[in-house]
Write a protein that binds this ligand. Sequence first.
Ligand code: FES
Length: 170
Amino acid sequence: MQSLQAKQELNMQKNWCEKLDLLIAEHRDMPGALLPLLHAIQDDLGYIPESSYAQIAKALSLSVAEVHGVVTFYHHFRSHKPGRHILQICRAESCQAMGAEALEAHAKKFLNVDYHQTTADQAITLEPVYCLGNCALSPAVMMDDEVYGRVSSADLDALVLEASASSVKA
Ligand code: FES
């Protein structure tokens, strides 16, 4: 007999397959359809599952290796499910000049993860980013969709703790 969790996972998988069909249908006839389709998938799901590469490749007459190559080429795309929040630290020039390196070292230690990894409680995924358009207030970070400037290690800790607490289910 199937557990409730197994049934829920099966339903989610079925819903996702149907959603992927829809996204493919919406994008397949666009010129250069692959990039907009990958963006749409990531916007919807938060990442691009490797299990979808074959379906994408078939729909766009590409090879699976080509789809994989594009997903891995662009820093923006994720191939694994992220945590409930995404913390991006700017690594571009202005932020580097204002201490981003020390900030990222602190973040990795505080979260106990490297870039592109998620904390053990699934709360935060840490990612590098290359300019958030907030150079005048370097060093800058982005938590989900919110950009923060002149971020100290203490500010970063506070952001992480607030995000982690807000995503804990009551
Ligand atoms: S260099 Fe970091 S926001 Fe522009």
